[in-house]
Ligand binder design. Structure first.
Ligand SMILES: [Mg+2]
Length: 121
């Protein structure tokens, strides 16, 4: 069973994502801040991280940079963002995220999308 860490400061989004993934058989852990997420990866690396961008404290992008600097090069880190700016997806993938998922979460396809990033490892 794959273990997913969701890092998001939005409690509702965190719960929704957790509920959907747990229903589909994933083991889910959550963090509500970037530094907390980084600490959890260091302690017990998950199979995949879903990372919000805008959070109090360090941003999702900063958390990603710390994880890569720590040597978690093969850990899939998928950005989960409400940003819809043109070119944003490409920019984020260029910056090192392994995938891009758009908020609001689409309950019907979310687990399949997460699985597809796991298989790309
Ligand atoms: Mg946020």
């Amino acid at each position: 069973m794959s273990r997913i860490l969701i890092v998001d400061d939005n409690a509702l989004n965190l719960e929704l994502a957790r509920d959907i993934l747990e229903l589909d058989g994933f083991e889910v852990e959550t963090a509500s801040a970037g530094d907390e997420g980084v600490a959890m990866v260091r302690r017990n690396p998950p199979d995949l991280v879903l990372m919000d961008l805008r959070m109090p404290g360090i941003s999702g992008l900063e958390a990603l940079a710390i994880l890569r600097k720590d040597g978690f090069d093969d850990l899939p880190v998928v950005v989960l963002t409400a940003s819809v700016m043109k070119g944003e997806k490409e920019r984020l993938l260029d910056m090192g995220f392994n995938g891009f998922l758009q908020k609001p979460i689409d309950a019907a396809s979310f687990s399949d999308e997460v699985s597809s990033f796991l298989r790309k490892r």
